[in-house]
Design a protein. Structure first.
Length: 106
């Protein structure tokens, strides 16, 4: 699959870290229907892509998304958002404290 859009990261810039309720509210205002998932420290997702637009917010912990076709990686921490367009090949490694995310598809 060929991706025409680039991944986009939006960093959390508020002083207070968001909780799941705040992030759910943000996503709901966009018409998204998120679900929660989590992984333990060091869990790995091998390279793959999706046919849909994925929106991820990190609720707690951290995760690094590798973007082999983009030549880099993106580290996400609590409050950070990743918009991942269809067709973008990515892998992931969960940070040392695990991760909890909210995810929705467009």
């Amino acid at each position: 699959m060929f991706a025409t859009e680039k991944p986009r990261v939006t960093r959390w810039t508020e002083d207070a870290m968001p909780d799941e309720v705040v992030l759910l509210r943000i996503m709901s205002k966009e018409g998204l229907k998120p679900y929660t998932w989590s992984n333990g420290p060091g869990d790995v997702y091998s390279a793959h892509d999706h046919s849909y637009h994925k929106v991820i917010y990190v609720v707690s912990g951290s995760i690094r998304f590798g973007l082999p076709d983009e030549g880099g990686s993106i580290e996400l921490e609590a409050g950070d958002r990743l918009d991942l367009p269809p067709g973008v090949v990515h892998d992931a490694v969960v940070g040392r404290h695990g991760v909890v995310c909210l995810e929705a598809h467009r």
